[in-house]
Design a protein around this ligand. Structure first.
Ligand code: FAD
Ligand code: SF4
Length: 485
């Protein structure tokens, strides 16, 4: 008989909305072993194919049942550089857990009965950070020979690779190269490394000590991180090559917000989610005036969108209201229904528990301001669902004559992100597609410029942390092959 899943402890909603402390507390050792022992240890486990980097899930879960946590850590690290981070943010319900045998075929996302692979991974990642010496992170198949070529690593001695962007793609690429003795310099345009992991995802989902630990580890491996350096402005690609870099990896991400393109979008207090979250997460605006960046907070906050960014923005907004002594009233407007929301299920649940209001099947038409130019209302139309569109989700169809207005003081637009183009715009030889994403060879991840490789959101558009890392790992194989030519 299959036992009930182990629930994970969380901070009470009424407590957590007053601060930015981590919400999910993770499994204890006893809970992890109990959850691991629910795994059926299938002969041909499908969950592995559901993980974008192919972690040997069956093996690491078995190792947990044997209390071989160190072994489990190295099993995961063979494929995933940052288990503590992925265990916290992976949308496992659409990935490994969806393909777990305990999820019925055809279900849109994982059954609650599916093994909580992500929580187990987080438990092991956190164990590893505390107990496994970082020098032994190099796993056996990485330690002496290159996966790409089977050649001994010191072949790469003296080679230097420039990594542009310090999000999960750049960090993963840097770590993989540095472990092979290759000199790596990361150039990051912001003043702190981490990409979306730092400026987008709030500390209540990824505590900053976890991120700092992983970045410090890269520094210990010899990776140099140069902040405040916009490649394409400070230096271009050919200048980097003439500085002695043998290859370049582009992990530029998708940091340009999409807008609705409706009247009034330029009114005061209409934020893009990127600006809103960056002010709070990166610049510490929730601690203003202790930190210098301010953020406007009002009685009614409207967040537009249905993805992870919208959930993060809404949950941050509600916390800002609480911290500023304003009765929480934050509402998410989404043009489809909850079923079609692309956000992680856990984030939607957490948002509801925290008191976020949801209005579904709503399409904003116009922002209406006061005489001083501050947003005050949103004129919207109601929608119904039509046939599925190219994304496979049912298309929202606006209902004529269903106009209505919503009061608001602050609007946060979280409807999607586009490629960062600071570098691509000034590098015409770098081929991009109609979305501005960099085009790569799907085997090597090499771009249209020789020795320049790319991965993460700048290649596939907005994706997930583990997908970005998966692409970076693939690019590393391409870079290693190139360096040996
Ligand atoms: P990024 O993380 O965007 O990093 C790119 C970096 O490159 C940035 O630091 C940028 O400043 C830098 N850069 C860009 N151009 C230059 C230049 N010219 N010179 C120097 N530096 C440059 N995914 C999940 O799996 N789970 C989640 O829960 C989740 N939540 C999310 C919440 C939010 C708010 C957002 C925005 C995204 C979320 N995602 C989530 C998606 C995930 O974070 C991204 O897919 C991932 O970060 C992409 O990694 P990346 O390294 O390609 O890019
Ligand atoms: Fe699942 Fe993500 Fe871990 Fe892969 S990295 S096993 S998809 S939680």
């Amino acid at each position: 008989m299959i036992r009930e899943p182990m629930t994970v402890k969380e901070l009470e909603a009424s407590v957590r909305i007053n601060n930015f402390d981590e919400v999910v507390l993770g499994y204890t050792e006893e809970e992890a072993v109990k959850e691991a022992s629910r795994c059926l240890q299938c002969r041909n486990p499908d969950c592995i194919s559901g993980c974008p980097v192919g972690i040997d899930i069956k093996k690491f879960i078995y190792q947990i049942t044997q209390k071989d946590y160190k072994g489990a850590y190295f099993t995961i690290k063979e494929k995933n550089n940052f288990p503590s981070i992925c265990g916290r943010v992976c949308p496992a319900e659409y990935q490994c857990r969806k393909t777990c045998l305990l999820t019925k075929k055809g279900e849109p996302f994982a059954s609650p009965k599916a093994i909580n692979i992500h929580f187990l991974e987080r438990f092991i990642g956190d164990y590893g950070m505390k107990h496994c010496s970082h020098t032994s992170h190099a796993t056996p198949n990485h330690s002496d020979k290159s996966e790409a070529t089977g050649q001994v690593q010191h072949t790469f001695k003296g080679k230097k690779v420039a990594v542009i962007g310090s999000g999960p793609a750049g960090l993963c690429c840097a770590g993989e190269l540095a472990r092979r003795g290759i000199g790596v310099v990361i150039f990051e345009s912001l003043h702190k490394p981490g990409g979306v992991l730092r400026y987008g995802i709030p500390p209540f989902r990824i505590p900053r000590n976890i991120l700092d630990f992983e970045i410090d580890y890269l520094r210990k491996l010899g990776v140099e991180i140069v902040p405040n350096f916009v490649v394409g402005k400070v230096k271009n690609l050919s200048e980097l090559f003439s500085q002695g870099f043998s290859a370049v990896f582009l992990g530029l991400g998708a940091g340009i917000p999409s807008f609705l393109g409706i009247k009034g979008e330029n009114l005061c207090n209409v934020y893009s989610a990127n600006e809103f979250l960056t002010r709070v997460n990166l610049m510490g605006a929730y601690k203003f005036p202790e930190f210098h960046t301010p953020i406007n907070v009002g009685k009614n906050i409207i967040v537009i969108g249905g993805g992870n960014t919208a959930m993060d923005a809404a949950r941050v907004a509600l916390r800002l209201q609480k911290i500023n002594g304003i009765a929480p009233n934050t509402t998410v407007l989404y043009r489809r229904t909850e079923n079609e929301m692309p956000a992680r299920r856990l984030e939607i649940e957490h948002a509801k528990e925290e008191g976020i209001n949801f209005q579904f099947l709503v399409k904003p038409q116009e922002f209406i301001g006061d005489e001083k130019g501050y947003v005050k209302k949103i004129r919207s139309l109601r929608c119904k669902l039509g046939e599925p569109d190219s994304s496979g989700r049912r298309r929202p169809i606006a209902i004529e004559g269903s106009n209505f207005e919503i009061d608001t003081d602050i609007v946060v637009i979280a409807i999607g992100l586009k490629a960062n183009q600071l570098l691509t715009k000034v590098t015409p030889q770098l081929k991009t597609d109609k979305y501005g994403d960099v085009i790569v060879d799907s085997e090597t991840m090499e771009t249209s410029i020789k020795a320049v490789f790319a991965g993460g959101d700048i290649v596939g558009g907005e994706g997930t942390v583990i997908e970005a890392m998966g692409m970076a790992k693939k690019a590393v194989q391409g870079i290693l092959k190139y360096l040996l030519i």
